[in-house]
Design a binder for this molecule. Structure first.
Ligand SMILES: Nc1nc2c(ncn2[C@@H]2O[C@H](COP(=O)(O)OP(=O)(O)O)[C@@H](O)[C@H]2O)c(=O)[nH]1
Ligand SMILES: [Mg+2]
Length: 440
């Protein structure tokens, strides 16, 4: 994405660097090029106008012209102004309620249903347990699509069928979430080909009942300025909290991404970069600006690397174990990272200092991991940090929520305590991470 735009920016900066002394005329010339590049990328013309005027004004200041590195100063200014049009502050997406509602809306084909699944995967990594709600009552195929995705990502889907009014579906979904201890209700609403009164009325109904913490408008970035118009029109009717831009992996010129935030005055919260359920990225204006200017996106890379097992993570984990601050939350996190990477024994074999073949009791398989995961996911964040709080009634709730028995919960808690004890002892003796998988 933004390849074309990046190349053009690179050319402009190279040109600037080529001059011994940067003069006003050079800056005017550069700005003309930047302006053209942005318009060709389908950025909204008003946004372009504001951007060029801000950059020019700052770049033409004597301090910049007189500095020893004017070209770099100008790149810095361009970067800062790009960040501004992309939305300045990184938008937070943090759910605090239990349950929390998330409403997903947008036109048909924008990528709502795919995003609903992607968001669920994202939130599960953060320890939440979502319930997906199929509220597209007009197309049975849409309901089925969500059900298929739900199975794929191992997340329950509430789909009472297309016969019920949407208000009733949302009400029942809320009851279902309560019953099955799901803390996040993500409602995949019905789209239309165009914005119309009926759709807006329906969204209002969903919003009134669900009272979502986040209402996200999903926009297809391939449609360029049309997506920006949709955002503007939606904004007049529904007060949504953020935008999701999809299909940024496609052949898009990026104009929508660069315009939507300024034009519709809403933050971009996520971008989708593929069809797979893992192809979701949180949106950070500064990182995106860096990407466009070819400065790379080191932070996102780091984040990607951290999602899989690496040496640094192991070090971090070791630190936590030594300090005894290792919680069930960390443990769940480890399990999920492990699961992503493939068969358990193979992964353990890759851990430094860990001889999987000897350490791994037989029978520790995917099934066992799933069970443990479900149990921890049914705990509240507080319980994960302080398992000593988990008494009889909490155990029953956790067992119910995870489809296991109280004995299973007990077993997990005991083993977790033993593991911590053992690790402490071991670390005193050897100062190293112990070599054993605790559950068998
Ligand atoms: N390449 C790509 N395809 C996407 C992305 N998001 C959604 N799609 C595809 O776009 C089509 C419509 O998506 P869907 O979620 O069904 O849209 P909905 O009608 O808004 O629910 C599907 O074929 C998706 O696989 C994306 O980020 N990248
Ligand atoms: Mg759909």
């Amino acid at each position: 994405m933004f390849q074309d735009l990046s190349e053009k920016f690179a050319r402009v900066f190279k040109e600037l660097r080529g001059h011994g002394k940067v003069r006003e005329a050079h800056i005017h010339g550069a700005m003309k090029e930047v302006r053209r590049a942005l318009l060709e990328a389908d950025v909204n013309y008003k946004v372009v106008k504001g951007f060029i005027s801000n950059v020019s004004e700052r770049a033409l200041g004597q301090k910049v012209l007189d500095s020893i590195t004017p070209d770099q100063q100008i790149i810095k200014i361009v970067h800062e102004e790009l960040v501004k049009i992309l939305g300045s502050e990184p938008s937070v997406f943090r759910l605090s309620g239990s349950p929390s509602g998330v409403m997903v809306c947008g036109l048909q084909g924008a990528g709502k249903t795919s995003f609903t699944a992607k968001l669920a995967v994202h939130l599960k990594k953060k320890g939440r347990s979502p319930l997906l709600v199929a509220a597209d009552i007009y197309r049975p195929a849409a309901v089925e699509q969500l059900e298929v995705l739900g199975r794929e990502i191992d997340t329950p889907v509430f789909a009472p069928g297309t016969g019920l009014p949407v208000a009733e579906i949302v009400r029942r979904a809320a009851a279902e979430a309560k019953k099955s201890f799901r803390d996040t209700i993500i409602v995949d609403t019905a789209g239309r080909l165009h914005i119309d009164g009926e759709m807006m009325a329906e969204l209002s109904i969903v919003k009134d009942i669900l009272r979502p913490e986040e209402s996200l408008l999903v926009l297809d970035s391939m449609t360029g300025q049309e997506a920006v118009n949709v955002a503007r029109e939606f904004k007049k009717e529904i007060d949504f909290t953020g935008v999701v831009l999809t299909k940024l992996d496609g052949d898009t010129r990026g104009g929508a991404a660069l315009s939507v935030s300024s034009v519709a005055q809403v933050p971009i919260k996520f971008v989708c970069v593929g069809e797979k359920t893992g192809d979701l990225e949180a949106f950070y204006p500064d990182r995106m600006a860096g990407r466009i200017l070819g400065m790379g996106d080191v932070l996102s890379l780091v984040e990607k690397a951290q999602e899989t097992l690496d040496e640094k993570m192991v070090k971090e984990l070791e630190g936590k174990l030594l300090k005894e601050s290792f919680t069930l939350e960390d443990f769940l996190d480890q399990l999920q990272r492990l699961k992503k990477m493939g068969p358990v024994d193979q992964i353990l074999g890759m851990l430094p200092g860990l001889k999987a073949k000897n350490a791994l009791p037989s029978g520790v398989g995917e099934k066992e991991m799933k069970k443990i995961e479900a149990i921890i996911q049914s705990m509240t964040p507080l319980e994960r940090r302080s398992p000593q709080l988990i008494g009889g009634s909490r155990k029953r709730r956790i067992a119910n929520g995870s489809g296991s028995s109280v004995q299973d919960v007990n077993r997990l808690l005991n083993q977790f305590q033993q593991m911590k004890k053992m690790m402490k002892r071991f670390s005193k003796v050897a100062g190293k991470m112990p070599v054993s998988f605790p559950f068998s």
